[in-house]
Design a protein around this ligand. Structure first.
Ligand SMILES: [Zn+2]
Length: 236
């Protein structure tokens, strides 16, 4: 399929999707157009295999999103900071989810001593710093894929620390119980694992959410349950 064909296909696919959704629920688009009140802010990787609304089984209107290469949370990045502030202060989301993933190209690049070139090496610098801070542990992992998964987890842990130091997030945690979650999406099986960083981890639920702790996020068409260390989607 040529590049132009790919775009035309995408447009016709959109047309079919819009027709299907409107047929399924005539009020779907009018309701969407009336405003948004998402409960989740998703901070994830730009990777094409991690489309947050799709993998969560949710719908337009359910998730406010910022994605960048390797889901790096840098406090001086005004793009990330503006998204966080708008979602937390104005939309008053109930959950901030930072989600890394397996097979992340950014993680692989940070583990390599080869320069990618251009602005990309600058962007990946915080992830390189994570690598150097955990060099011994990472070197001990002989399997390349497992090492990339581990640095992705460490990257989420570092990002959650930055989120927990954000004043807008701190105020919302104190004033209205905002929850911050650190997760990892396993591309190989489609499951999202709660790594236990963030507000739950801070409150002493060792190693993440346990069986007695359950949090259900209700979307318009599905629910996302954080349960037993995993995030599970439940279609209503
Ligand atoms: Zn990635």
């Amino acid at each position: 399929m040529s590049q132009q064909d790919t775009f035309l296909y995408a447009l016709s696919s959109n047309n079919a999707w819009a027709g299907y959704k409107a047929h399924q629920n005539p009020n779907f688009f009018p309701k969407l157009a009336s405003g948004q009140s998402p409960q989740i802010l998703w901070l994830g990787c730009s990777d094409s295999r991690c489309p947050e609304t799709v993998i969560l089984g949710l719908q337009p209107g359910d998730v406010f999103v910022h994605r960048n290469i390797a889901n790096i949370i840098s406090p001086t990045d005004i793009n990330t900071s503006a998204v966080i502030e708008y979602a937390v202060v104005h939309l008053k989301v109930k959950h901030v989810v930072l989600c890394g993933h397996t097979s992340c190209g950014g993680a692989a690049a940070a583990l390599s001593d080869t320069r990618v070139g251009g602005v990309l090496d600058t962007w990946l610098t915080p992830l390189k710093a994570v690598r150097f801070a955990h060099q011994e542990e990472l070197d001990a992992i002989k399997d390349d894929k497992a090492r990339a998964v581990r640095i992705a987890e460490l990257n989420v842990e570092a990002g959650v620390k930055v989120l927990m130091a954000n004043f807008a997030i701190q105020d919302a945690i104190r004033e209205r119980g905002l929850e911050v979650h650190g997760c990892l999406f396993d591309i190989g099986c489609g499951r999202i694992k709660d790594l236990g960083f963030g507000t739950k981890g801070r409150n002493g639920a060792s190693g993440g959410l346990n069986g007695s702790s359950e949090e259900v996020v209700r979307g318009k068409h599905a629910q996302l349950a954080f349960r037993g260390g995993n995030a599970q989607m439940i279609v209503r």
